[in-house]
Design a protein around this ligand. Structure first.
Ligand code: F6P
Length: 524
C-alpha cells in the first residue's frame, strides 16, 4: 500500500460519510429501532459470549467496516501470517505464536526447522520439566525473573488460576527496583528455591540484574557447585544462558518467530505449568486453538476478533476516541488489564507505516483498566461524566467455583449495571452534577468459567483483534522499536553515574536531576 493510502480508500471515505449519519444517533435509539438488537449483535463461541450491541453501529456500519477489512486484505494477510511469511518486516521474522497452539499447517518450516517438531519438543520439555519440579518436594518456591512479555503472561495466568494451584509457591520478579527482590529473598530459603529466568534475548537489563543478584544470594548459601541446579531458563539465546552457567538440560527454547508478548503459549508459560500442572497449561492452549480456528475460518461478519478490531478502528479513527478501558469483573483477573495493555500498546502504538511513511491517522488507543467493581470506586466517574468518551470492554464470568452466590450475583450485576448506565445515562437538567450524558459504548465478553481453557480463548481473541487492527492500519504490530531509545540512554547514564554525567546529560534538566541524585545517593 502506498503512503497513507488507507485514508484515501473509497471504503474509508464511505465510513467518514456514514459517521456523519451516525454521530447524532443515540445508542438508546438503536435499541428502540430494533427490539432484537442483542440477537443481531452478539456471537457465541464455545463457552464465550461476545455482546457488541451496545456500540454505535448498525448493520450498515458493520458492512462498511467489513468492506474496509476486505479492501485492506485482512484475509490475505491472515493467510500470509499462517504460512510463516516474515510479516514482522522490520525484524524480518515470521509471526507464528499460533503454531504453539497447533493452529498452523503441518510441515511448516522456518529457517530450515520444522515448526511442528519444535513445538512438540517444547511442549514435551515443558511437561517433563514442570512434572520434575512439582514432584521434587525439596522445592518449595519458584521465582520467575523476567519483564514485559516474559513476565505478564505467566504472572497473569498464575494469578488468575491461583485457586487451583497445587504446585510450589510461585513468585514473580520483574522490576529492577531492588526492593522487590530483596524483600522476596528475605522470605525464601535458598536451598528450596528455584529461579526461572524468562528472557527471550537473555540480554534485558532488569532481568540480568535480578538474575545476577539471585545468583549471589544462592552462592552465599550453597557454594559454587550447587548454584546452577537452581536455575532454569526460557530463552531464544541459549549461548548467553550457557555462558551464564545454566546447564543445557535446564534451557527451554523460544524462537524468533515467537514474539515476547506472545510467548506465554511456549516455554515462557513454564511457571503456569509448574503452579497448576501441565494439563492446565495444555487446556489454555486448547482454548486458544478454538479461538484460532474461529479467527481463521469464520467470515469477517461473524468473526469475533475481527469485529472487536473493526469497532476499535471505528472509534479511534472516525469518532476520534483516544482510550479503551478493560474491565474484568473478577479479582483474579487483576493482572489482565496490564497484559492486554502490553499486547495492544506495544503492538499498535506506532506512528510509521510499513513503508516507513508517517501516518496521517491514529493507531492504537491508550489502554488501561482495573477489575470491577474496584474500578467503579476509582476511575469510572470519568467514564460516566467527563466530556471524554472512553469505550469499555467488560469481561464477566458466568459461573463461579466458590460457593458465594450473593457475591457472584452482585459482581455480575455490577458489570451489567455499568454498561447499562454508560449507555443510558440519566438526564438531570436542574442539577448538572447529577447529569449522566450516557451514549457511551461498551462490549461485554462473558466466559462461562474462569479456567485455563476459557482464558486461553479470551487471550487469543485479543491477540487476533490487535493484529487485525495493525493489518488495517498498515503498521508492523510485531516489533517494538519504541522501547529502545530509553534503554540506550539509560545504559549510558547508569555507566556515567559513578564518574561524570556531563557527556550523557546534555540538557540542563537531565544534568540537574542526575547531579541531585549523585549528591543524595552516590556521594553519600
Ligand atoms: O522492552 C520490550 C521488550 O522487548 C518486550 O517486548 C519483551 O517482552 C521484554 O522487553 C522482555 O524481553 P526479554 O524477554 O528479551 O528479556
Amino acid at each position: 500500500m502506498s503512503n497513507n493510502a488507507l485514508t484515501k480508500r473509497p471504503e474509508w471515505l464511505a465510513l467518514e460519510n456514514h459517521f456523519k449519519e451516525m454521530e447524532d444517533v443515540p445508542l438508546r435509539a438503536l435499541f428502540a429501532d430494533d427490539p432484537s438488537r442483542f440477537d443481531h449483535f452478539h456471537l457465541r463461541l464455545d463457552g464465550l459470549l461476545f455482546d457488541y450491541s451496545k456500540h454505535k453501529i448498525n448493520a450498515r456500519t458493520k458492512a462498511l467496516l467489513c468492506a474496509l477489512a476486505r479492501a485492506c486484505d485482512v484475509e490475505g494477510w491472515r493467510a500470509r501470517m499462517l504460512s510463516g511469511a516474515a510479516i514482522n518486516t522490520t525484524e524480518n521474522r515470521a509471526v507464528l505464536h499460533m503454531a504453539l497452539r497447533g493452529s498452523t499447517p503441518e510441515g511448516l518450516e522456518v529457517d530450515g526447522e520444522n515448526v511442528t517438531d519444535f513445538v512438540q519438543d517444547t511442549l514435551a520439555l515443558i511437561k517433563t520439566t514442570s512434572e520434575r519440579v512439582r514432584a521434587d518436594k525439596s522445592i518449595t518456591d519458584v521465582v520467575n525473573i523476567g519483564i514485559g512479555g516474559s513476565d505478564l503472561g505467566p504472572r497473569m495466568m498464575c494469578r488468575a488460576l491461583i485457586a487451583s494451584a497445587d504446585g510450589p509457591n510461585i513468585h514473580f520478579i520483574s522490576n529492577i527496583d531492588g526492593d522487590a527482590l530483596s524483600l522476596l529473598l528475605g522470605k525464601l530459603n535458598p536451598h528450596s528455591t528455584v529461579f526461572l529466568i524468562a528472557s527471550k534475548t537473555f540480554n534485558t537489563l532488569e532481568t540480568l540484574t535480578n538474575t545476577a543478584a539471585a545468583r549471589d544470594w544462592l552462592l552465599a548459601a550453597l557454594g559454587p557447585d550447587k548454584v546452577y541446579d537452581h536455575f532454569l531458563t526460557m530463552t531464544a539465546n541459549p549461548e548467553a544462558a550457557l555462558k551464564f552457567g545454566i546447564a543445557p538440560a535446564n534451557i527451554l527454547l523460544l524462537r524468533n518467530w515467537i514474539g515476547g508478548r506472545y510467548s506465554l503459549w511456549g516455554a515462557t508459560g513454564l511457571a503456569l505449568a509448574i503452579a497448576c500442572g501441565f494439563e492446565v497449561f495444555n487446556d489454555m492452549l486448547k482454548g486458544a486453538a478454538v479461538a484460532d480456528r474461529h479467527f481463521i475460518q469464520s467470515p469477517l461478519e461473524e468473526n469475533i476478533p475481527v469485529l472487536m478490531a473493526l469497532i476499535g478502528i471505528w472509534y479511534r479513527n472516525f469518532w476520534k476516541y483516544d482510550a479503551l478501558a478493560i474491565l474484568p469483573y473478577a479479582q483474579s483477573l487483576e493482572i489482565l488489564p496490564s497484559y492486554i495493555q502490553q499486547l495492544d500498546m506495544e503492538s499498535n502504538g506506532k506512528g510509521a507505516g510499513k513503508n516507513g511513511e508517517t501516518l496521517d491517522y491514529q493507531t492504537g488507543p491508550v489502554v488501561f483498566g482495573e477489575t470491577g467493581s474496584n474500578a467503579q470506586h476509582a476511575f469510572m466517574q470519568l467514564l460516566h461524566q467527563s466530556r471524554q468518551v472512553i469505550p469499555a470492554e467488560f469481561i464477566a464470568i458466568a459461573g463461579a467455583h466458590h460457593g458465594m452466590k450473593a457475591h457472584h450475583m452482585a459482581l455480575f450485576g455490577n458489570a451489567l449495571a455499568q454498561s447499562k448506565a454508560l449507555m443510558d445515562g440519566l438526564e438531570n437538567t436542574s442539577e448538572p452534577c447529577k447529569n449522566f450524558p450516557g451514549n457511551r459504548p461498551s462490549s461485554t465478553l462473558i466466559l462461562d468459567q474462569l479456567d485455563a481453557y476459557h482464558l486461553g480463548m479470551l487471550l487469543a481473541l485479543y491477540e487476533h483483534k490487535i493484529a487485525v487492527q495493525g493489518a488495517i492500519w498498515n503498521i508492523n504490530s510485531f516489533d517494538q522499536w519504541g522501547v529502545e531509545l530509553g534503554k540506550s540512554i539509560a545504559d549510558a547514564l547508569i555507566k556515567d553515574f559513578d564518574n561524570d554525567t556531563r557527556n550523557t546529560c546534555t540538557d540542563s534538566s537531565t544534568a540537574g536531576l542526575a547531579q541531585y541524585f549523585r549528591e543524595k545517593f552516590i556521594k553519600s
